[in-house]
Design a protein around this ligand. Structure first.
Ligand SMILES: [Zn+2]
Length: 490
């Protein structure tokens, strides 16, 4: 069996396909995480499904990885200026909750989606708020080495000191000057110069504030990724991933400050990988509140989270994807067919014992050929569309022995992460959505909920429980919130 195609990845640094070779026994991998001030929408989850595919490719290739994803719970300004308000603080004021409540609430919401999408857990999820002291030390070192200048609004990184600035974004000098879609900052020498420390203005008092050599304030957003990745993965590490929007600014600034800090003339990180955008377009999903659709909106509408994962994997991570109802319908239908074909093969060998695949396929040339095709697909810059095609072939291939077929399906799914070993066709029957109810059904549900609320107010728990059981029979799930009961269909 030849599952030894060289893993090749598209490195944004240089914009070319390169062989991936680990620099150390454990490959360090850092992915930019969420700024936890709102629910993640569907597009926000694409970078983590992409990073997860990379993790699964490394596992398949026997490459040990330490994966770090940060949680931005402080310091991400709405605009990169002295006056730029902190996104967390804005959300806290809007929702009348404390900043730390907001961060904890939306971090949990993000983790719920991470789990629902079958994304492997990172080894560490460092919180920016826990790393402010080392961020101050990092900025102080840059200041000592002459890479910064002070303004009343804070400490700025002087991008003129970095001749390679903007290399990742492939910016020209004019491009660098134009790049910053940033607001005017009094005294800033170049538009690309960015805040390492954002000092409080006279009379302003941030909610989250730290004392620093540059006055009370908060760290600039870019600082946390340099500091936390080095703290957890070592000064140099192998891979940094994120959405393609980060390639133009956030990652450019991370590189500038990190290489200035290290000063050893070596590239800070060897491979930079970026996923393309998900276009949410004009397509409207039924939504309870405004904004871009979330995973919860999909499940509410009767789709399985794995249908969304399959939709993402159906495109290459470097291709833009258009999210439409038709596309997710198609993905759900494909998933249903896959699961129906895989179910008779249960139990599948587990993803963790893939070494056993070679035992199962010994003497099965069709299985060996398909395993080789799987390896070739994942090694070619994580070609999940090809991988899906091989999986489809495997389910139709008459020459496969049942054990060979099990091994091939398990191998493909260890990389795709669709959970085919446990998904049941019944999980994929599109459940009724709230929108499918007729007026009479809605009225009946509303009345039962009102009765239950009244029973609870009257502390008639027996009656409240009885009504809940009636609602249960109708498939209605009630959740009590501070704003009253909300319901959805199970
Ligand atoms: Zn970052």
């Amino acid at each position: 069996m030849s599952t030894n195609h060289q893993l090749r990845l598209f490195n944004s640094l240089g914009r070319r396909m390169e062989d991936f070779t680990p620099a150390a026994r454990i490959t360090g991998m850092y992915s930019c995480g969420m700024t936890v001030y709102a629910f993640p929408h569907l597009g926000n989850m694409r970078p983590y499904v992409f990073a997860d595919t990379l993790r699964r490719a490394f596992r398949w290739k026997g490459i040990a990885v330490k994966h770090v994803i940060n949680v931005t719970d402080v310091g991400h300004a709405v605009a990169d200026t002295n006056t730029g308000e902190d996104k967390l603080e804005v959300a806290a004021a809007r929702e009348r909750r404390s900043v730390m409540d907001i961060a904890a609430f939306y971090t949990d919401a993000w983790f719920v989606d991470v789990a629902a999408l079958n994304i492997l857990s990172a080894d560490e999820y460092p919180r920016a708020s826990a790393y402010v002291e080392p961020m101050i030390a990092f900025a102080a070192q840059l200041e000592k080495d002459g890479f910064t200048y002070r303004l009343p609004s804070g400490l700025y990184f002087d991008t003129a000191r970095d001749p390679g600035y903007g290399e990742l974004a492939q910016m020209s000098i004019e491009g660098q000057l134009e790049a910053a879609r940033l607001e005017y900052v009094a005294g800033r020498r170049r538009k690309t110069d960015f805040a390492l420390w954002r000092a409080e203005e006279p009379g302003q008092r941030r909610v989250l504030r730290w004392d620093s050599p540059w006055g009370w304030g908060a760290p600039g957003w870019h600082l946390e990724c340099s500091v936390m990745s080095m703290a957890l993965l070592g000064e140099h590490f192998d891979l940094h991933t994120g959405g393609v929007d980060h390639r133009e600014l956030h990652h450019v600034n991370e590189i500038a400050q990190s290489q200035a800090y290290l000063g050893d003339g070596r590239p800070w990180v060897r491979y930079w990988l970026h996923n393309e955008f998900l276009q949410l377009g004009a397509e409207k999903m039924a939504k309870s509140a405004g904004g871009a659709p979330r995973l919860a909106d999909l499940t509410e509408a009767g789709y399985h989270p794995m249908a969304y994962r399959l939709f993402l994997l159906g495109g290459h991570y470097r291709s833009q994807l258009d999210f439409t109802t038709a596309a997710v319908d198609a993905a759900q239908a494909t998933l249903r067919r896959l699961v129906a074909r895989v179910q008779p093969l249960h139990p599948l060998p587990s993803a963790e014992t893939l070494a056993g695949a070679s035992r199962l396929t010994a003497g099965d040339p069709a299985a060996e050929r398909l395993l080789d095709a799987i390896d070739a697909a994942i090694a070619a810059d994580l070609s999940t569309p090809r991988l899906l095609a091989v999986l489809q072939d495997a389910l139709r291939e008459p020459a496969l022995t049942p054990d060979g077929q099990r091994a091939v399906v398990a191998a493909a799914d260890a990389l795709l992460g669709l959970g085919l070993a446990t998904l049941d066709p019944a999980d994929l029957e599109r459940r009724r959505a709230v929108g499918d109810l007729n007026d009479e059904e809605r009225r009946a549900i509303s009345e039962l909920i009102a009765d239950r609320t009244q029973a609870r107010q009257e502390r008639d728990w027996a009656r409240a429980d009885q009504i809940r059981a009636q609602l249960d029979e109708l498939g209605v799930q009630v959740t009590d919130t501070p704003d009253g009961p909300v319901w959805q269909l199970r």
